[in-house]
Design a binder for this molecule. Structure first.
Ligand SMILES: [Zn+2]
Ligand SMILES: [Zn+2]
Length: 161
């Protein structure tokens, strides 16, 4: 299953779409204006992307679908257990206060490793989930972002400046 998260290029309304047919003829529910999309057969049939489906920009980066709040929550949980073990030492050597900290660090690492990645557009920040993420896609690069954002790449972008 795919999901696209993006903002209306005209009025900045955040949107989520997971159906191809709703992408074909897309109108913003807020400003009613038509939002052009760049769906091609390769993306639709094989889940392969070489451009942003919302603004046609070629520059995409990959990002882990890692919920930062969940990650922090797991660590906080480990710290709380660790403090409890410091206050009320357990008899077993396995319940050493450092064990929960190590355990949550490991869980976070595993989660990060197991979770899928999404592809994000440098130009318009659109998130493409459920597509194939090949090693060709690199992680976020600040220099590249600055270069891409310099030029408006979708119609109507000039108006907001
Ligand atoms: Zn709109
Ligand atoms: Zn884009």
């Amino acid at each position: 299953m795919i999901q696209l998260r993006f903002h209306c290029p005209h009025c900045d309304l955040p949107m989520r779409l997971s159906r191809w047919d709703s992408l074909e003829n897309l109108n913003c529910p807020s400003c009613q204006r038509n939002i052009p999309t760049y769906v091609d057969a390769k993306a639709k049939e094989q889940g392969l992307l070489d451009h942003c489906l919302l603004c046609n920009a070629k520059e995409l980066f990959r990002q882990k679908l890692f919920n930062r709040n969940l990650g922090i929550g797991i660590v906080v949980f480990g710290v709380v257990i660790s403090i409890l073990l410091l206050l009320f030492p357990a008899q077993s050597p396995w319940l050493n206060p450092t064990v929960p900290i190590l355990a949550v660090a490991l869980i976070d690492l595993l989660l990060y490793w197991l979770l899928p990645s999404m592809l994000v557009c440098y130009a318009c920040d659109a998130e493409h989930r459920g597509f194939q993420v090949t090693p060709n896609f690199k992680l976020y690069d600040h220099l590249k972002a600055a270069r891409v954002k310099d030029e408006p790449t979708y119609p109507g972008a000039e108006e907001s400046h």
